[in-house]
Write a protein that binds this ligand. Sequence first.
Ligand code: TZP
Ligand code: MG
Length: 207
Amino acid sequence: MKTIDYRLMYVTDDRIEDDATFFNILEASLKGGATIVQLREKQRSTKAFYHRAKRAKSLCELYNVPLIINDRLDIALAVDADGVHLGQNDMPIGIARKLLGETKIIGLSVSNNQQAEDSNQLPIDYIGISPIFSTNTKTEDLDKPLSISGLQSIRKISSKPIVCIGGIDKNNTKEIMQNGADGIAVVSAISKAENPEVATQFLKQLL
Ligand code: TZP
Ligand code: MG
């Protein structure tokens, strides 16, 4: 078992075009106490994704925080990231595990009870419950929000650490943590905050 602190995952905001802004916010999240970072790029070229990943890896290393890459195993391998976060339609988990090796983190998005049950048998480190609440940040390929009752039933089924994502902010964090989650993953609650470092600190103390 790896000992990963899943409490506060900052998922980077791919709406931020400007690299300086993008990395300022990433660094603010690290200063504020993010315990793990997921680099998520849905719009950029492979080359641009790679360059952000390389720089994100160095930055996360400075703060001793693991970096995982959304979707792209090749980019995770290329920058020696700490792992990947995969969706139900991404690389099959068995193959991802073979390519990454035992020591890397693999997270899998789960949107219903059946997927949660199936994931108990898979060589993954955590599941991401997606989405827990409604969100404007991700519009495509998004299931109906599970809400707290969905989290409760998945908690009963799953033997894996659970990280929730979607519409999470300072107002619902406590409720999520009190209902069986091991952590929260947020985009806007940090990236759109007036002061991302303070916003991260504030979320952290709720956990
Ligand atoms: N996957 C499910 S919801 C979501 C992702 C990447 C977006 C979460 O963004 P926010 O701004 O924290 O609601
Ligand atoms: Mg994906």
